[in-house]
Design a protein around this ligand. Sequence first.
Ligand code: R5P
Length: 310
Amino acid sequence: MNKLVVVGDELAKELAKKIKGKYIPVEERTFPDGEIKPKLKLPIGQRSSVGLKIKQEEKFKTSILIFQKKEKERINDYLIKFFLLSRKLKDCSKKVIGIMPYLPYSRQDKLFQEGEPLSAKYIAEVLEGNLDVFITVNMHEHRRTIKDNFSIPAYNLSIFGLAAKRFLTTKQKGEWIAVGPDKESERFVKDFIKERPIDYVIFSKQRNVKTGEVSFISPKKDFKGKKVIILDDIASSGLTLIKVAKLIKKMGAESVGFIICHGLFIEGALKKLRKLDPFLIAATNTVANPIAVYNIIDVISPFLKEQGEL
Ligand code: R5P
């Protein structure tokens, strides 16, 4: 029995190297009707051939499944691919650790309007059926925590400590303020300032559930001449960051920068953010994007070792 295997894409390959596991790549196929078929690329001798009976498949002690969401990949394809492979691994492993760097549907963590599903919880229920442990990064823990959604051991890691360490190396002088765009960002803003002790402030955000429009209540803070680093878990339409940055500039800030965990950047969001001339705009590689500078494997690999999950 092979001890430890890491299944997935380039992230899996990198993780396998760090934790001394065996990397198993995945072949992906999409049928004309949109159905997908991911397949473990097992060594020759274990593959099945059309028309032939599948040979006895290898069993693994611990399997880790990890995928980055590709830039153009539909979110539901990403989810189904993860589900199908985790179910496959459940059949051939003693223990399965699922690492989904970006956990889709986690923003629907409340019934905003009558008749809606509590998607964050329902998705967790589907995923955990095949897993022994679940790990994600900066999950949108606004109204529900990861422990409220999952009943298996589940961990929500933060990338903001690592981002702060890198931020420390920038040579820029001046007075800094870190900003969280909404109440819920306080958690990861604190992860950041723990490593980079600067002043910080948290805005209050409201979103119209019907139109998606966001508005902010400005905090009492003197931004005049300050350099402001805005931190957020997700940049999707970019609307949140754009609005808060414009407000901060209006309040006298010298310049603004952005650190984002999940850079989804839908519909030209990145271009719009760049128009604000930020001194920094950086994201992680949880989802593929052109400004992914923080590598989540640097957080996941030590965590797995410390936690004794391997
Ligand atoms: C919301 O509460 C999140 O923390 C993000 O601020 C939000 O999802 C960003 O979305 P968008 O870029 O579309 O404003």
